[in-house]
Design a protein around this ligand. Structure first.
Ligand SMILES: *[C@@H]1O[C@H](CO)[C@@H](O)[C@H](O)[C@H]1NC(C)=O
Ligand SMILES: *[C@@H]1O[C@H](CO)[C@@H](O)[C@H](O)[C@H]1NC(C)=O
Length: 251
């Protein structure tokens, strides 16, 4: 593994931590992002250096002061029934210099942070395929055709989907997650250790499938379709924040 690829992972790792830690702490990251994007001396690729600037540390301290109130506001919003209103209260907190739209324009597409800067031979997981693999093909290309893509769906996929996966040298699993197979089991079967990108759209299975994975495995970026009311969304964000803070110590 080159030092360069280590750095790349470190950067995305850092972004991920920031996003998730802030879900528990709610420091106002928007100011920090504004600062970063308007910063004149910016080599925006060197995110780690940006985060070490004194001015950023100060912004973060200030943001922490409003954390408690932000948390209350979000909790209040989680008692409403409208998910859009809830997400309006979620402050964007991670800075990503290079966001790329991967997959279809509308539903199914995702913004991915720095897909070209993945670790060599990384692992991509796509769960809940339903024969729609626009994202899968695109992310496989965008990460330089060198990552292993693992797809899963409750039903066996149609021939064109299977062919496309074979062309990508990927592997398909036909079983219900997490009841019939868990994501850690998929990793074990394929001998993979950590996950660069996880896409998860498994009709409420996310509430039980994600925690065992992120508790024990490192996952760099998660793209998740969360079902249910704002209170369910808050619960999911709390699960993620809880597990990821454990990784902080390793980091
Ligand atoms: C949350 O809701 C309660 C009761 O509806 C209200 O008293 C409180 O001011 C709200 N808090 C925030 C931070 O909006
Ligand atoms: C890719 O990673 C897998 C799992 O960690 C490993 O078994 C395999 O040898 C690696 N392949 C290359 C080309 O490095």
């Amino acid at each position: 593994m080159t030092r360069d690829s280590n750095n790349c992972s470190l950067i995305t790792l850092l972004l991920f931590f920031l996003l998730l830690i802030s879900i528990t702490n709610y420091f106002r990251f928007r100011n920090i992002e504004l600062y970063l994007t308007s910063s004149t001396n910016s080599d925006s690729s060197d995110v780690v250096a940006h985060y070490q600037q004194e001015s950023i540390k100060q912004l973060r301290k200030n943001a922490l002061l409003t954390a408690e109130n932000d948390r209350k506001i979000l909790f209040n919003a989680s008692r409403l029934t409208n998910n859009q209103d809830f997400y309006r209260k979620v402050v964007e907190e991670a800075y990503c210099a290079q966001k790329e739209r991967i997959g279809e324009k509308g539903d199914g597409g995702k913004y991915v942070c720095n897909p070209k800067k993945v670790k060599k031979n990384c692992t991509l997981i796509s769960s809940g395929l339903n024969n729609q693999i626009g994202f899968d093909k695109h992310i496989y290309e965008a990460t330089g055709r060198q990552c292993k893509i693992l797809g899963a769906d409750i039903y066996q996929q149609e021939q064109p989907t299977r062919d496309a996966y074979e062309q990508m040298n990927g592997e398909l699993f036909a079983a219900k997650i997490p009841n019939e197979i868990t994501i850690p089991q998929i990793l074990e079967k394929t001998g993979r250790i950590d996950v660069e990108f996880l896409k998860i759209d498994i009709e409420k299975g996310e509430f039980t499938a994600l925690e065992p994975l992120i508790k024990d495995y490192f996952v760099c970026q998660i793209f998740i379709e969360i079902h249910g009311l704002p209170s369910d969304h808050l619960r999911m964000l709390q699960i993620i924040a809880k597990c990821v803070s454990l990784f902080l110590f390793i980091f």
